[in-house]
Write a protein that binds this ligand. Structure first.
Ligand SMILES: Nc1ncnc2c1ncn2[C@@H]1O[C@H](COP(=O)(O)OP(=O)(O)OP(=O)(O)O)[C@@H](O)[C@H]1O
Length: 300
């Protein structure tokens, strides 16, 4: 998908976007960062088709778009699963198929909300999980997520990172947490006062996409069975922080992490999480704690 010459001025006269060109390619997570009021949510609404730009065009938008907005309407009275069912029907999707996918996703994200509560009474994190499931369960060709990690606990945040890392469709994300930087191959753009940073725009300050010298990534993977033969003979060298049947964690230099992940995916592994190693944080994960990875099957 391509956004070409996008301008957007609200009825109030606020010029939120002032000529944005952006390619959102399948398989390349596209991340937009920027300060408050920079125009990120406006850009995502336009990309998702929820708002029409005052000028410019959106080309080749995939037919099915999953969209997590920056905020939910305040007074949603439907309980979560009924709301998901309602959204599936509005989108003319098979509600039973969507419900099955939603059940799996809710479990992966560790949803703990009450099924009978109205949406408006859920906690922030559980509301966010329902919003994510609504966006993901329609099997979108384009996923547009406005601050998807906001409000999630650590396990849910890791589960979401793994879900996004394994997607092959187009993904457009705003993210102030910095987590999206860890997605394999992520392309990060900075929006400032409605303009995207480009080399041709001296007013803009592009975010460095290259990691700082010495930066390391911690990669948690799922695999079938014992990971040691993989680690010893198949995968590129990496510092192993933990290994257990069905699961292992390695630390690799950030510049090598994309190539390392590509090799691991090609070897049949699945990504559980990818996170920058915080300065001063050393390995404390040996041995790997027992978990779902005890199974001989690749955990989903
Ligand atoms: N519905 C609206 N009507 C009028 N102005 C709006 C509307 N929505 C956003 N704006 C204005 O457009 C500009 C861009 O807002 P937007 O929400 O897109 O920025 P943002 O980068 O997502 O900000 P934040 O990080 O604070 O969420 C801001 O000046 C905002 O006040």
């Amino acid at each position: 998908m391509r956004l070409v010459g996008i301008h957007h001025t609200y009825a109030s006269g606020t010029a939120a976007l002032r000529g944005v060109d952006l390619d959102v390619d399948a398989g390349v997570p596209t991340v937009v960062r920027g300060g408050n009021g920079a125009g990120k949510s406006t850009l995502l609404r336009i990309a998702a088709g929820a708002e029409t730009p005052t000028a410019g065009t959106v080309e080749d938008r995939p037919a099915v778009v999953g969209y997590l907005p920056d905020r939910f309407p305040a007074r949603l009275r439907l309980p979560p699963r009924r709301w998901l069912d309602h959204m599936a029907r509005v989108r003319r999707l098979d509600p039973d198929v969507v419900a099955d996918r939603a059940d799996g996703l809710l479990e992966e994200l560790g949803y703990t909300g009450d099924d009978d509560e109205p949406m408006s009474e859920l906690s922030k994190g559980n509301t966010q999980k329902i919003g994510l499931v609504q966006a993901l369960a329609c099997e979108p060709g384009l996923l547009v997520l406005d601050e998807p990690w906001s409000g999630l606990d650590d396990d849910a945040a890791d589960a979401l990172t793994a879900l996004l890392a394994s997607r092959t469709g187009a993904v457009l994300i705003t993210d102030h947490t910095g987590t999206a930087h860890g997605l394999p191959g992520a392309r990060v753009h900075r929006l400032r006062q409605g303009r995207l940073a480009t080399a041709a725009d001296p007013e803009s300050v592009p975010l460095p996409t290259a990691p700082p010298p010495g930066a390391m990534m911690r990669i948690d993977m799922a695999c079938a069975g014992d990971p040691r033969p993989l680690l010893e003979r198949v995968l590129p060298p990496a510092r192993v922080e933990g290994a257990a049947p069905g699961r292992f964690t390695v630390r690799v230099p950030a510049p090598d992490s994309d190539a390392w992940l590509a090799a691991a995916l090609a070897a049949g592994c699945a990504v559980r999480s990818v996170r920058p190693v915080r300065p001063g944080q050393d390995s404390n994960r040996l041995p790997m704690p027992p978990g779902p990875g005890r199974s001989e099957e690749v955990p989903r």
